[in-house]
Write a protein that binds this ligand. Structure first.
Ligand SMILES: [Zn+2]
Ligand SMILES: [Zn+2]
Length: 336
C-alpha cells in the first residue's frame, strides 16, 4: 500500500491556507503574485511547420480509421497495447513522476517510463515537465502554455501551432528544474530524443505486426502507428481543454479545472482535474484510489514489485474540509 503523507491543503494562500512545502521545494503550486502585463497582447505568430505536420498526422489517422476493418485482431490488440504504454509514459511518467514528484521510481521503472514517453512523442520529459509546472503555477494566465481562457481550440491543440506567449518563456526559464537535470534518465532521453521517437513512436509500433504476424505494412503504419499516436495526443490534450471547461468543481470552485468523466476514461485516470490542481502532489490525482484510474493501479503495482515507493497522498479529512470550504457543493458525488 502506498504510504500516506499528510499534506496540509493546497495552497492558494488567498484561501488562507498553509503551504505544505515551501515554494522553493514545489514548483507546481499556483502563484497568485503573478500579474498579466497591461496593454495589447502580443501578436500570434503561426508556426506553419507544426500546422502542416499536425494536419498530415490527422489525415493519416483518419485514413487509419478506414483501415480498421481490414486490420487483424492481433494488430488491433497491439494498437491498444501501444496506446496504454504511450499513455503510461505520459500519466505515470512525465506527469505524476517527473512533473509533480508525487512518488519515487527505481532506475528500471524510470527507463521503462522514458521509453514509453518517447512512444507518446509529446516533447521530451524535461521540456514537458517544465511546461507543465508553468501550467500549474500560472494557470489561466498569459504565462500558462495552454491558457484555457483563450478557448477550447487554443488549449487543445492551438497552443502547439503558434509561438509561445513571451511570459510562458520568461516564467519557464525561472522554474526550478534541478531535479530533472540531476536525473540521468531524463537527460539521456533529452539527448537522444529524436532517434528514440523514430524508434518508439513509429518504428516499433509498425514493425511488430508486420514482422511477427504478417500484417499488411500500411495497416501496421497507419493503425498502431499514426492512428494510435493521434488518439494519445488528443486524449492528453483533452485534459488541457475539456477538463478545464466542463465538469464539477467539488474541491475548488475558484479555479477552472474540473472533474470530467470522459477525460478520466480517455487518459486512464487524469480527468479528476479539479482535485489535481487543488492537490497536485497526490500521486493518485484523485481521492478514489484505483477507481477509474488505471495509472494509479499501475503505480500501486510498481510499489508492490518494489519498483516505486514514497507515494504522496492527501488525508481524507483534509480533502473533505477543503471540499466543504471551497468546493461547489457536489462533494457527495465528487467523482463528477
Ligand atoms: Zn499536473
Ligand atoms: Zn490543468
Amino acid at each position: 500500500m502506498p504510504e500516506t503523507e499528510v499534506l496540509e491543503g493546497s495552497v492558494r494562500s488567498r484561501n488562507g491556507e498553509v503551504r505544505a512545502e515551501s515554494v522553493t521545494e514545489r514548483e507546481d503550486l499556483f502563484d497568485e503574485t503573478y500579474k498579466e502585463k497591461d496593454g495589447p497582447k502580443p501578436p500570434m505568430i503561426i508556426v506553419w511547420k507544426n500546422v502542416i505536420l499536425m494536419t498530415l498526422l490527422h489525415i493519416g489517422a483518419v485514413y487509419g480509421i478506414f483501415l480498421l476493418p481490414s486490420a487483424r485482431m492481433l494488430t488491433l490488440a497491439w494498437s491498444v497495447i501501444c496506446f496504454l504504454i504511450s499513455a503510461l509514459g505520459v500519466t505515470a511518467g512525465v506527469h505524476r513522476l517527473w512533473s509533480h514528484k508525487s512518488y519515487k521510481a527505481s532506475l528500471p521503472l524510470r527507463i521503462f517510463l522514458a521509453f514509453a514517453n518517447s512512444m507518446a512523442f509529446e516533447n521530451d520529459i524535461f521540456e514537458w515537465s517544465r511546461d507543465h509546472r508553468v501550467h500549474h503555477k500560472f494557470s489561466e494566465t498569459d504565462a500558462d502554455p495552454h491558457n484555457a481562457v483563450r478557448g477550447f481550440f487554443f488549449s487543445h491543440i492551438g497552443w502547439l501551432l503558434v509561438r509561445k506567449h513571451p511570459d510562458v518563456i520568461e516564467k519557464g526559464k525561472k522554474i526550478d528544474l534541478s531535479d530533472l537535470k540531476a536525473d540521468k534518465v531524463v537527460m539521456f532521453q533529452r539527448k537522444y530524443y529524436k532517434i528514440s521517437v523514430v524508434l518508439m513512436c513509429f518504428t516499433v509500433p509498425t514493425l511488430v505486426p508486420w514482422y511477427l504476424w504478417g500484417e499488411n505494412f500500411w495497416v501496421s503504419y497507419f493503425v498502431p502507428g499514426l492512428l494510435r499516436y493521434a488518439v494519445v495526443l488528443n486524449s492528453t490534450w483533452l485534459v488541457n481543454s475539456a477538463a478545464h471547461m466542463w465538469g464539477n468543481r467539488p474541491y475548488d470552485v475558484n479555479i477552472y479545472p474540473r472533474e470530467n468523466k470522459l477525460v478520466i476514461l480517455t487518459t486512464i485516470g487524469e480527468g479528476f482535474h479539479n482535485y489535481h490542481h487543488t492537490f497536485p502532489y497526490d500521486y493518485a490525482t484523485s481521492e478514489f484510489g484505483c477507481k477509474m484510474n488505471l495509472t494509479t493501479c499501475f503505480i500501486n503495482f510498481m510499489c508492490f514489485l518494489g519498483l516505486a515507493k514514497d507515494c504522496k497522498t492527501v488525508a481524507p479529512e483534509i480533502v473533505l474540509a477543503r471540499a466543504q470550504r471551497t468546493g461547489d457543493g457536489s462533494a457527495r458525488n465528487r467523482s463528477g
